[in-house]
Design a protein around this ligand. Structure first.
Ligand SMILES: NC(=O)c1ccc[n+]([C@@H]2O[C@H](COP(=O)([O-])OP(=O)(O)OC[C@H]3O[C@@H](n4cnc5c(N)ncnc54)[C@H](O)[C@@H]3O)[C@@H](O)[C@H]2O)c1
Length: 318
């Protein structure tokens, strides 16, 4: 029995794969390496613990052939679908990107699962499906959902397709709405960008927007704990969970100050205008975590603690 992780060479996929390996699961990682990297999985591959299959999930026939091959040898019992475009501004400039990498990858993998009779599906969704709700507390039952980025729109369309698949053939679909996830191996995101910028300029750090954007940050170790905790509850049907810290998040100003403190304490922080970093950026969101916490899970870190840890981790390895 084996587990398939799409987007498995990316930031979160690698962390999930490591955890499954410690549970002695056989893990297959599907990735087209457009953003992920073989470097991320080098150790796991050397141990023979995972197998990487380079395939573009946007290509239905090639994906069907690759996945059928695995299933013929070892029954696939779970699919964890993490492949997607993770560059929100890029998807705003070119809507094809999210259609292709965020929605069509979901559409294709679900069609393939139906053919191969694989019944368990876990999905990496996002707070971006809620759109810009200001200070409103985001509960899983909130609606109507009106995303403000193509990324959020294609994740929401994916959720809808997954829900329909549960009606027709899936036993279980777990939809996890992630906040901002941070940790190693960082491939993108605000901390990664700030460190890159500050290493170049050393004396100043330029911030997109006025720094008042305030969001929830979760360390990747807590995210994986939460997802595996929910999986072990053996739900059936479609289940949606916000996964986040138990706080109202941290501001971009707070993150910039932490990066400066750990990397170049004398650097100045130069803020831009307005409370959005880019078109499609949700300036504030506040998760309601009650549903997940009622199942007995709680994060080990606050947003601030997760940021402090992730800045240190990224600095040590970059
Ligand atoms: N990191 C976050 O803060 C965050 C927040 C919310 C949701 N998510 C979701 O979590 C998942 C993982 O994100 P991540 O941060 O690890 O990003 P990532 O970019 O590091 O990983 C995504 C992986 O998907 C692969 N991929 C993209 N298009 C593909 C395609 N057509 N075929 C095959 N592989 C493809 C990429 O090469 C990459 O390795 C994504 O679905 C993302 O939308 C992440």
């Amino acid at each position: 029995m084996s587990i398939l992780i799409t987007g498995g060479a990316g930031f979160i996929g690698v962390n999930l794969a490591k955890r499954f390996v410690t549970e002695n699961k056989r893990v297959y990682l599907l990735d087209n390496l457009c953003r992920g990297s073989l470097k991320n999985i080098y150790r796991l591959s050397l141990q023979g613990a995972v197998e990487v299959i380079q395939v573009d999930l946007h290509n239905y026939n090639k994906s069907l052939s690759a996945i059928s091959q695995i299933d013929r040898n070892e029954e696939i019992t779970e699919v964890w679908h993490l492949a997607a475009n993770s560059d929100i501004p890029a998807g705003t400039n070119d809507s094809e990107i999210d259609l292709r990498d965020t929605f069509m990858t979901t559409y294709n993998i679900i069609r393939i699962m139906r053919i191969l009779d694989i019944k368990f599906f876990a999905f990496a969704s996002t707070s971006a499906v809620y759109g810009d709700r200001g200070n409103e507390s985001l509960v899983e039952t909130l609606g109507p959902l009106l995303p403000i980025s193509n990324y959020g729109a294609m994740k929401l369309a994916s959720e809808a397709f997954i829900s329909a698949a549960v009606e027709s053939f899936l036993d279980t679909a777990l939809i996890f709405r992630f906040p901002n996830v941070i940790g190693m191996p960082g491939t993108h995101g605000v901390i990664y960008d700030f460190i890159g910028k500050l290493k170049e300029s050393r004396s100043y750090l330029e911030v997109l927007g006025d720094g008042t954007q305030q969001k929830s940050y979760l360390h990747v170790s807590d995210l994986i704990d939460a997802m595996l905790h929910v999986r072990d509850l053996n739900y059936s049907g479609v289940n949606v969970f916000n996964v986040g810290p138990n706080d109202e998040g941290i501001t971009v100003k707070g993150i910039a100050e932490e990066v400066v403190r750990q990397l170049c304490p004398d650097a100045r922080i130069v803020y831009g205008n307005g409370n959005k970093g880019w078109v499609g950026d949700v300036p504030k969101f506040r998760y309601n975590n009650d549903k997940l916490r009622a199942t007995g899970w709680s994060p080990s870190m606050s947003s601030e603690e997760a940021v402090r840890l992730a800045v240190g981790e990224l600095l040590r390895t970059s």
